[in-house]
Design a protein around this ligand. Structure first.
Ligand SMILES: [Zn+2]
Length: 435
């Protein structure tokens, strides 16, 4: 499995262009949201290769280009964001492994979302639900099955074609204010707009959100889901930082972004187990709906924990280094005892964890992943070969480092036989532990 971040699929294609070699990272000079001064650096993960750019076997002789992976905080609007801008051609090259597979947990989560929306918004045959970064249509399908008209927006050709085949009308385009205007000119307006795990990948945040505002009916609702930066800090999820994720959102930052574009946050829900801690923000046109109590409660809790001040972020680098050092000590200790270690999940976060910690094949032999598009390739930088999970029972490594820790319950459940034969699991964050 890939770790199931659908951002790896749908949105990922933003600005997809043919690969260009030798691009250069440039410092971000103003905030992506409020255009205020450059974000203030608080976390450096060194210079790392593009996490999703898996290496082909015939390219092992070349060096993986690497770029600064550093995170800063906007002292004007509280948006956490990368401090360097990479050429889009470096991030989303033609080999981008966009065929995501979805975890069972994510599928259940999505189905419940659909059922809740149909009831709460009273959706029917005259409604329109638009999903941005709709991937292969797995979420919109649930509306289609219930007779509710949908439109998917998905720029990557493979998933868009799969969606159409599954009966989900899909436009193969990037979403932003321009496309929204075009859709409105065609007579479309949305009762509900859904955008899950895509906003972190969007280079032009304001155009993206303005697009919601343009396309949304007067009494419509926008639901946006993304892992929250509060959980990232609280659980030391530094490996969810990679070049494809430009931004890391608090409700405080989202509220400012929405307000600037004519929308108001009217509800917030938290899903603690999804992608390490996901928030769903619900928005309406400003002034059209009374915000639920959850909004003030979430904003209050975030301010209480300091997410709107640089101080909260300043010590995060030390917390990250502690995790990295403990993990390396653990792996070296196991190696010294003659134990073998493999890893599970060739997701982008695995590349960040390994490369920012300096872990390579000297400490871990290989990684397994259910995604057949990834098998046979190598993790960039660390150069771990990606193999079929069936190899686990053939080679029976003593320990399995769960790089895809966000779906650890599912992996452990799937690997019952490996565990029954004595295999042990290592979970790297919030602190490395052996289960
Ligand atoms: Zn800002």
């Amino acid at each position: 499995m890939s770790s199931g971040t659908r951002a790896e699929g749908g949105a990922a294609a933003a600005n997809q262009q043919p690969a260009a070699a030798g691009g250069i990272a440039t410092p971000v000079t103003s905030c992506r949201s409020c255009a205020g001064p450059a974000p203030r650096l608080f976390l450096s993960l060194g210079s790392t290769p593009i996490a999703n750019r898996l290496v082909r076997a015939d390219a092992l002789d070349a060096t993986d280009p690497s770029f600064p992976l550093e995170v800063g905080f906007c002292e004007s609007c509280a948006l956490v964001q990368l401090t360097h801008e990479l050429p889009a051609s470096e991030i989303f090259d033609e080999d981008y492994p966009y065929f995501s597979s979805f975890s069972d947990m994510l599928v259940r989560h999505s189905e419940k979302h659909v059922i809740d929306l149909i009831a709460s918004r009273d959706l029917g045959p005259d409604s329109l639900v638009v999903e941005v970064a709709s991937n292969d249509g797995y979420l919109l399908k649930a509306f289609v099955e219930r007779g509710i008209p949908v439109l998917g927006i998905e720029p990557t050709p493979g998933p868009a074609a799969a969606a159409r085949e599954a009966g989900v009308p899909t436009r193969e385009e990037f979403f932003g204010a321009d496309l929204a205007r075009q859709l409105v000119a065609e007579g479309l307006k949305a009762d509900v707009i859904i955008a899950n795990n895509v906003m972190a990948h969007v280079p032009d945040l304001n155009s993206f959100v303005e697009g919601f505002s343009i396309l949304l009916k007067d009494d419509g609702l926008v639901d946006v889901e993304n892992p929250g930066v509060g959980a990232l800090l609280a659980h030391t999820e530094f490996d969810t930082v990679y070049h494809e994720h430009f931004c890391y959102f608090s409700t405080i930052a989202v509220e400012a972004l929405m307000r600037r574009n004519g929308l108001a946050v009217v509800g917030v829900q938290e899903f603690a187990d999804l992608h390490g801690g996901t928030l769903r923000w619900s928005m309406g046109h400003a002034g059209t709906a009374e915000p639920a109590e959850s909004v003030a409660a979430q904003l209050g809790a975030e301010r209480e924990s300091g997410l709107d001040t640089f101080d909260r972020y300043a010590s995060f680098g030390d917390a990250v280094r502690t995790v990295q050092e403990e993990l390396i000590e653990l792996l070296r200790g196991l190696r010294a005892q003659g134990k073998t270690v493999a890893a599970y999940g060739a997701a982008a976060k695995g590349a960040t964890l390994l490369n920012s910690s300096g872990i390579t094949t000297d400490l871990i032999d290989f990684v397994v992943d259910r995604n057949t598009h990834k098998q046979g390739r190598y993790i960039p930088g660390a150069r771990l070969p990606i193999l079929d999970p069936a190899v686990l029972l053939e080679r029976q490594p003593d320990y399995l480092l769960l790089l895809a820790w966000n779906v650890k319950k599912e992996i452990i459940a799937q690997q019952g036989e490996y565990a029954a034969r004595g295999g042990r699991f290592i979970v790297p964050v919030p602190r490395p532990v052996v289960l």
